[in-house]
Design a protein around this ligand. Structure first.
Ligand SMILES: [Mg+2]
Length: 348
């Protein structure tokens, strides 16, 4: 009995298939090579190419030619915590020299625009308050635009940035870091008092988040008639320090949202609210802007929904495998490692 008949029919079929494939490859080596090359070209990092373009020298040139303004996210794009990302000063210098308008749009509500301008200066970057759009500023502007009654107060689950922007806009507010020191004890018959004149609760990133604030926010939203529930943003994580990622404002928003069984009004990215303000400040067309960010579900979505071109940088919280993952359905126009690639590619 030949060795083939000694095998199961399954193995016999496989052997025949291999034989046919080897014959066919001998017959059509050029075709096979072309197919293999095509298959290889369709892979990045061992995974299928994302349906968006890698920033090449040609793509970089065509991008800068087609836009008048670059909108930069900050965490993970300009800096990580208090550490500047390599090549940022050179990139900003080159783009400014090319006559491009630079705008910084951040969801991080911990600082006000004045405080961010100070941070930029401390990192050796000259950026004015007018070039900075934060979600803390967006929260204050949302209340102003919606004629929030001056006799009402705002309760803040967040940090100084929100309190400062609200005060600058003329609103009375409280909470913030101060309430981070307050504790409660869940004892029998304990009744939690709250201010009935609170007409809005603003929730943002809060390193002093605690059970006291959760209850204050919950009770105002649930019991004060018409009380607004505003979220600066819903980022699940962020590079709050250069060493690692931390829970983002979205985690605090989720806690309050769960306790009131209500969805908030989101004023930061990907909401288009900030863009309305930006357009009032600068006479620019969104089609002539490029949003540069490290998050798909905030930066890139914000850029897309406002009609900007979009560039994802992999220097922050999105990795290439995450961009390529089958569960992802948000794709930028272009992607690259970091903003400094623009400088390197434009010099080629
Ligand atoms: Mg970011």
């Amino acid at each position: 009995m030949s060795r083939y008949f000694a095998k199961s029919s399954k193995w016999l079929a496989l052997d025949l298939l291999r034989l046919m494939q080897s014959r066919s490859s001998r017959k059509r080596p050029a075709e096979k090579r072309a197919a293999a090359e095509k298959e290889e070209a369709a892979m990045v990092n061992g995974l299928p190419t994302p349906p968006c373009g890698l920033l090449t020298a040609d793509a970089a040139r065509s991008l800068v030619d087609s836009v008048d303004a670059f909108l930069f996210d900050c965490d993970g794009v300009i800096w990580k915590g208090d550490k500047l990302i390599e090549g940022v000063p050179e990139t900003m210098e080159l783009l400014r020299k090319m006559g491009k308008k630079l705008v910084f749009v951040t969801n991080n509500s911990r600082k006000s625009r004045r405080q961010y301008s100070k941070k930029f200066r401390s990192l050796g970057l000259e950026v004015t308050e007018e070039e900075i759009f934060t979600s803390s500023f967006a929260a204050a502007m949302f209340l102003k635009l919606n004629n929030f009654p001056p006799e009402k107060k705002v309760y803040v689950v967040g940090e100084d940035g929100i309190l400062e922007e609200l005060k600058l806009a003329g609103f009375e507010c409280f909470g913030g870091p101060e309430d981070g020191k307050k504790n409660i004890k869940l004892e029998a018959d304990f009744y939690f008092e709250h201010d009935k004149s609170v007409g809005a609760v603003v929730v943002g990133l809060d390193q002093y988040f605690n059970y006291y604030k959760m209850q204050y926010a919950r009770i105002c939203i649930s019991e004060n008639p018409g009380c607004l529930f505003i979220a600066t943003n819903r980022d699940p994580t962020g590079h709050m320090t250069s060493a690692q990622e931390w829970p983002g404002a979205g985690t605090m928003v989720a806690a309050v949202s769960c306790s009131v069984q209500k969805e908030p009004i989101v004023v930061g990215k990907p909401s288009t609210f900030l863009m309305d303000f930006l357009l009032k400040s600068f006479s620019l067309e969104t089609s002539r802007m490029c949003m540069v960010g490290d998050r798909l579900d905030t930066d890139i979505l914000f850029g897309q929904s406002t009609g900007c071109k979009t560039l994802l940088v992999l220097s922050g919280c999105t990795s290439l495998p995450e961009l390529q993952d089958a569960s992802n359905n948000i794709y930028p126009d272009l992607y690259t490692n970091s903003v400094y690639d623009l400088v390197e590619l434009l010099q080629k």
